[in-house]
Write a protein that binds this ligand. Structure first.
Ligand SMILES: [Fe+2]
Ligand SMILES: [Fe+2]
Length: 363
């Protein structure tokens, strides 16, 4: 954050940069809040939010490494014309967008959200999430390296996010919320700053709860057709992480509202719905750009757009908002097969179960 633009804090709200004072009382659980708390942030206790602590431990148990998944089959397919032109185009836009977006998420956490957060267990979870986002970037790089593409070939694919307007627009849409918050003059803890924070959190809940699963359907659809199944394994592990990120993001929004009900007024609820509608529109534009022929084998543009709306409805419900599209049936029920905490893996080869308790179901 630019020092000049950095918002000041309302006095007494905790920051881990506060000088240490001899004789300061031990932090008390009543002083811990998601935002606006006054407890000392340098001690791992008291833990107020057990749900966040559990999520942190789940995330630790989910640790995985991209290089543990062999990529030889996908390399062969990529280089021997196993994919159609339409499938290759879809894949390229997909991995370019996801790579750029997996940069945006941790940067948003560090540059905009983190200074507002005054619960140590939540700061710990965010730190871990940043490491996972770095691991996702590593996965995308590893996938393209595995295809045997030289730097020029990889660069052409990674760069697509700033060549296709629908991808740039979608990324800029999230960046707008980050910048609104990062460059606000409103002091941290003020009504205005907290509302901007909520807007940013909602826009990034759209990102991780809606954009990511929608994008993953494209690669899982290829895997359904026996194509790029090792890439799909990589995406499965990423999806499991993203599921926890989305759960956490939605929990944070709801907890802030619970602790600060005055923020969740009619205007803010309207704003939240408008953000979700905009997100659905961004995703639909991406879908049309990445599947200009109306889809690929096993994934029609129409069902993708319906899935997009279904995820928006689920997000509305999770935030206590009325549904927007009232989608009655999951148009892509096979997506559930790709949730990773299943007893039996459907891929042959070595998909390792790193799991313990993370919840991957969508309801
Ligand atoms: Fe990620
Ligand atoms: Fe994430």
């Amino acid at each position: 954050m630019n020092a000049e633009n950095k918002a000041t804090r309302i006095a007494q709200i905790a920051t881990s940069l506060d000088p240490i004072c001899i004789g300061r009382p031990r932090p008390h659980v009543d002083d811990v809040k998601v935002i606006g708390g006054v407890a000392d942030l340098r001690q791992p206790i008291p833990i107020k939010y057990q749900a966040v602590r559990e999520r942190f431990k789940n995330a630790q148990n989910n640790m995985w490494f991209p290089s543990e998944i062999g990529m030889a089959d996908d390399k062969l397919q990529w280089n021997t014309g196993a994919l159609t032109e339409a499938e290759m185009w879809m894949f390229k836009l997909n991995i370019s967008y996801l790579t750029a977006s997996d940069n945006l998420v941790p940067d948003n956490l560090v540059d905009t959200i983190f200074p507002h957060i005054t619960a140590v267990e939540l700061r710990q979870y965010y730190r871990w999430q940043c490491a996972e986002e770095a691991n996702h970037l590593e996965s995308y790089l590893y996938i393209l390296e595995s295809f045997g593409l030289d730097e020029g070939g990889q660069g052409q694919i990674f760069n697509i996010y700033q060549e296709i307007p629908e991808l740039a627009n979608k990324l800029n849409w999230n960046l707008k919320f980050s910048n609104n918050l990062a460059h606000s003059e409103a002091p941290i803890g003020s009504r205005e700053a907290s509302k901007l924070l909520l807007e940013d959190l909602i826009a990034y809940a759209v990102f991780e709860f809606l954009f990511f699963p929608c994008n993953f359907t494209q690669i899982f659809a290829l895997a359904n057709g026996q194509k790029l199944r090792q890439t799909a394994q990589q995406y499965q592990y990423i999806w499991r992480d993203e599921t926890l990120h989305a759960d956490n993001g939605i929990w944070v929004i709801n907890q802030i509202i619970y602790e600060n009900p005055y923020l969740w007024d009619d205007e803010m609820r309207e704003r939240a719905l408008a953000i979700i509608v905009e997100g659905v529109r961004m995703e639909a534009a991406y879908a049309k750009a990445s599947m200009p022929d109306g889809g690929v084998f096993g994934l029609s543009l129409k069902s993708y757009l319906k899935y997009n709306q279904m995820m928006a409805d689920q997000l509305c419900l999770k935030l206590g908002l009325p549904v927007l599209y009232d989608v009655k049936e999951n148009p892509l029920p096979w997506m559930n097969n790709y949730a990773l905490n299943q007893e039996v893996n459907f891929f042959e080869g070595r998909v390792r179960e790193y799991r313990t308790g993370s919840q991957l179901l969508w309801d």
